[in-house]
Design a protein around this ligand. Structure first.
Ligand SMILES: NC(=O)c1ccc[n+]([C@@H]2O[C@H](COP(=O)([O-])OP(=O)(O)OC[C@H]3O[C@@H](n4cnc5c(N)ncnc54)[C@H](OP(=O)(O)O)[C@@H]3O)[C@@H](O)[C@H]2O)c1
Length: 374
């Protein structure tokens, strides 16, 4: 009997420790009004994205739910209007797996919405499911699509500065490793998928780091946010049906609610005074140090260049003709290494768009930054 009581006590104690250190999320705590501001949240029809959009709507923002399914997106917009009492919550179609869809979303958004104050890249996948693509679908949805979307929406973000970009990454980035010779190789099997997920989350952190450098002085700041371990459909939807009823109660016990998961992305989007931390990674509403691979400025810059090619952005205004060609040039599939003929380029969409900073200046800034860091 005593042993049973002791065992129960130990189990309860362990759970309390897990609950307060892992499950319970510190609240974002920023309550200011967002009336007159516009936010875009990708993948906002479920999980963390839906709760993030709800909190933005409650604070009075106009919120665009950028989702791939009209049915799920419209249903979420309806729910969020009801729950927040804010009628300015709308759905717009965005499938991050398709570069054409990303461009169509950007064109529709820029022609119908006069402002963009907060862009939250929340949508993500952990598996390719049953699809068999000729490219790395995890990298496409989790990084390349958001990369292109950021480029296309930058004119609005700059116009509305101070404005913010939040990239929902993950602690899984610590297991990531980017092989630039195989960046866009299709992913097959669950082991490759797990690796590709971690790699794409590392790409999120490196992208945020480089974006901050590129945007210095523009008033647009950016942050990578880890939501914590969250009880959502992200992984559960891919486990066999018979296992789900067993895993659901366990997930409910030891993982955060999606509302808890939304707190760090919200903090990064709303907290005053974090601008000096632009480009950094946040977890539990605090800035956190990242893995060595995620603070490699050369890799961040190399990823930026590779992403431009994979996103179908032609040689851009920030290209340096003297730069040595990178090995990934030859590895990139030819269909993605140049601008898609049926798709418009950024300069075609925005002939007057402000050009990104000159690459030689950027390289110097990266060198200075690298030298000043331990
Ligand atoms: N859950 C965790 O423990 C955890 C931990 C660390 C980081 N994260 C990150 O948090 C973010 C949100 O995940 P979650 O946990 O809330 O998962 P979730 O409930 O599965 O939500 C993912 C969202 O992304 C959308 N999406 C998927 N593919 C898309 C595409 N091709 N185009 C546009 N939208 C697409 C989904 O739409 P559909 O409903 O149409 O599929 C869904 O709305 C992800 O970036 C994830 O990597 C999650």
């Amino acid at each position: 009997m005593e042993a049973l009581l002791l065992g129960t006590g130990l189990l309860l104690g362990a759970y309390v420790l897990i609950y307060y250190n892992l499950v319970k999320a510190p609240p974002c705590g920023v309550l200011g009004s967002l009336r007159g501001r516009t936010a875009v949240v990708t993948g906002a029809n479920s999980g963390i994205g839906k709760m993030t959009a709800l909190e933005l709507a409650r604070r009075g923002a106009r919120v665009v739910l950028a989702c791939r399914s009209r049915e799920r997106g419209e249903a979420a917009a309806f729910d969020l209007r009801q729950e927040s009492g804010n009628n300015e919550v709308i759905f717009m179609a965005l499938d991050l797996a398709s570069l054409t869809s990303v461009r169509a979303f950007a064109t529709a958004f820029l022609s119908s919405e006069p402002r963009l104050d907060i862009l939250i890249h929340n949508a993500g996948i952990s598996s390719c499911g049953r699809t068999r693509e000729t490219f790395n679908l995890l990298l496409r949805v989790n990084h390349i699509g958001p990369f292109l979307l950021t480029h296309l929406l930058l004119p609005h973000l700059k116009m509305c500065a101070p404005s913010r970009v939040v990239v929902v990454s993950s602690a899984a980035h610590r297991r990531g490793h980017l092989d630039f010779t195989r960046l866009d190789q299709p992913v097959v099997g669950w082991q490759q998928e797990l690796r590709a997920y971690a790699d794409s989350k590392l790409a999120n952190v490196l992208f945020t780091r480089e974006l901050a450098t590129q945007l210095e002085g523009t008033g647009v700041t950016c942050y990578a946010a880890h939501p914590g371990p969250v009880n959502s459909e992200l992984f559960l939807r891919h486990v066999p049906g018979w296992l789900r009823p067993l895993l659901r109660p366990l997930a409910w016990l030891v993982l955060r609610t999606p509302r808890g998961g939304a707190q760090t992305p919200l903090y990064c989007a709303l907290q005053d005074g974090i601008e000096p931390f632009s480009g950094r990674y946040f977890a539990n509403c605090h800035v956190e140090e990242v893995s060595p691979a995620a603070r490699d400025d050369r890799a961040a810059h190399r990823l930026w260049e590779a992403s431009k090619r994979l996103a179908g952005l032609g040689p851009g205004e920030d290209d340096d003709p003297n730069e040595e060609p990178q090995p990934e040039d030859s590895a990139a599939p030819s269909s993605l290494s140049t601008t898609q003929p049926e798709e418009l380029t950024v300069s075609e969409l925005y002939p007057g768009a402000q050009s990104l900073p000159d690459l030689s200046k950027l390289t110097r800034r990266i060198q200075v930054k690298a030298e000043s860091e331990p």
